[in-house]
Design a protein around this ligand. Structure first.
Ligand code: SAH
Ligand code: SF4
Ligand code: F3S
Length: 466
């Protein structure tokens, strides 16, 4: 049994990342049987699930949407906020029932919750029917763990975090857009955030591996790649080579893959070199997700965010002046410990100045083991909920206005599929990541077409092929 110790996780070594090739397991031992995979959390987890899917299918399993049909159940969990935990524990209740009726089902729990020591301890005690617990650093071992599992509880969660695995298979969700990991982990240790503990230290993939993957995706006909990292600005810092995120972005642009975007960039260390490259290449989408978290300098300091309100606003004006038609979205946390009405007003002030094209907003959720969870807090949940509501009203107004500005314009839209709400329509995204429902024939799926925007709602646009 190998369970990470959260308290020790902050001790970082200077050891360089080790690059390893994964061993693929192919077997038809589960041929004709099914697997059920449930994914929580961010794009990182969504992409990890594409790897999990490939591993399960290499064992002969086929995917089902009905949990009751499955021989193998995998939950890929998230730990970012308390409600992410609650959802998983709710699901475990259902699985417990199912396991009573069908004891030979294999249940595996992976993702960020598995990297939390207290959660793993709770699982050992309260959920003994879970067969396998695996972490975010050893996904590639899942095939082996499933093959070797004989009714016992196998807990294999690594706390070592020095490796970058190459040569993995992915069973991707889409044939049009693809996620590409450029780095793993996070070294920022924002005081509220669990990610550096669950994902380990920053490790960059080598540039040649990333370019090789993008070229392969292009050959397969992919139209868009999203470069993934918890903080892409830090790409390359751990490699001691003479390249950084701007260099990488330029090399990816030169592959001529039609669309490139990236998530997430920290406002700290967003260099002017990066801005220049984004504005230079047409295939880099003018879309920046730039998490603000708070507009109050006092709170930003307590959060350990490394920028001030003024520096953030300065960066936004540079982005707006240098990148044509740039769309800017953000993440905001309300109710950080002891947040005052004045602190909150500072957040609203930034929102009113930036006029975001979209935003994700959250109530602060204390995470065990993080510095913020030990800070005293005099703000009631009721007050936090009220602030969230006040913030959302303003955010929604700006995102609606941002959509309305596009009415009458012709936008390039990459069409991803049939619209779920209206079978006569397809849907896709503009270069600025605006969702558009389009009146067009189905044969445009996978293509970029010109669309005249005819109407705007809060979260989407309507249009017709032009
Ligand atoms: N690496 C990304 C963030 C990943 S987590 C970045 O730095 O931008 C996504 C978002 O979840 C964060 O931007 C933050 O707004 C929110 N979040 C993280 N920890 C949280 C917590 N403890 N409570 C509430 N929201 C949190
Ligand atoms: Fe969390 Fe901060 Fe790292 Fe983002 S940059 S993952 S918010 S610690
Ligand atoms: Fe959740 Fe882990 Fe992502 S905590 S948000 S799945 S990195």
């Amino acid at each position: 049994m190998n369970v990470p110790d959260l308290k020790k996780a902050k001790i970082r070594t200077n050891k360089p990342s080790l690059y390893k090739d994964v061993l693929k397991i192919n077997s038809d031992i589960f041929k004709g049987q099914k697997y059920f995979l449930k994914t929580y959390g961010c794009q990182m987890n969504v992409h990890d699930s594409e790897q999990i899917r490939a591993i399960l299918e290499n064992l002969g399993l086929e995917e089902t949407e009905i949990m009751e049909e499955a021989r193998v159940i995998v939950l890929n969990t998230c730990a970012i906020r308390e409600n992410a935990h609650d959802k998983v524990f709710g699901y475990l209740g259902r699985i417990k029932h199912l396991k009573k009726e069908h004891p030979d089902i294999i249940v595996a729990l992976g993702g960020c919750m598995s990297q939390e020591e207290s959660v793993v301890n709770e699982i050992i005690k309260r959920h003994p029917y879970i067969n396998i617990v695996f972490g975010t650093h050893n996904i590639h071992e899942l095939g082996n763990l499933i093959l070797n599992n004989h009714k016992d509880q196998d807990i294999e969660v690594y706390s070592e975090e020095g490796c970058v695995y190459e040569g993995m298979d992915y069973q991707r969700d889409s044939k049009i857009t693809a996620w590409v990991n450029i780095m793993y982990g996070c070294d920022k240790f924002c005081t509220y955030c669990i990610v550096p503990y669950t994902r380990g230290k920053e490790r960059s993939r080598k540039m040649e591996e990333i370019i090789k993957e993008v070229n392969l995706l292009k050959e397969e006909g992919y139209q868009e790649v999203t470069l993934l990292g918890q903080n892409v600005n830090a790409y390359g810092n751990d490699l001691n080579l003479n390249y950084n995120f701007a260099t990488l972005l330029e090399e990816v642009a030169k592959t001529n893959i039609p669309r490139i975007r990236f998530v997430t960039s920290h406002p700290w260390n967003f260099t002017s070199e990066m801005i220049d490259i984004i504005s230079k290449y047409d295939n880099i989408m003018p879309y920046i997700h730039l998490p603000l978290q708070s507009g109050s300098n006092r709170i930003l300091k307590l959060m350990g965010r490394r920028y001030t309100k003024e520096e953030y606003l300065d960066l936004v004006s540079k982005l707006k002046s240098k990148i044509k038609d740039v769309m800017i979205t953000t993440d905001i946390i309300v109710g950080f410990p002891n947040e005052t009405e004045q602190d909150f007003q500072d957040t609203l002030d930034v929102v009113n100045k930036v006029k975001y094209d979209g935003a994700y907003t959250f109530i602060y959720s204390p995470r065990e083991g993080t510095p913020a969870s030990k800070m005293p807090d005099n703000v009631t949940l009721e007050e936090k909920e009220k602030r969230l509501q006040r913030l959302n009203e303003i955010i929604n107004q700006y995102s609606k206005e941002s959509n309305e500005r596009l009415i009458g314009k012709v936008e390039e839209v990459l069409i991803l599929g049939e619209s779920e709400k209206d079978l006569n329509k397809v849907y896709g995204y503009t270069k600025g990541m605006k969702l558009v429902n389009v009146e067009a024939k189905k044969d445009v799926i996978g293509k970029t077409i010109n669309v005249l925007i005819t109407d705007a709602k809060s979260f989407s646009l309507d249009g017709k092929e032009n």
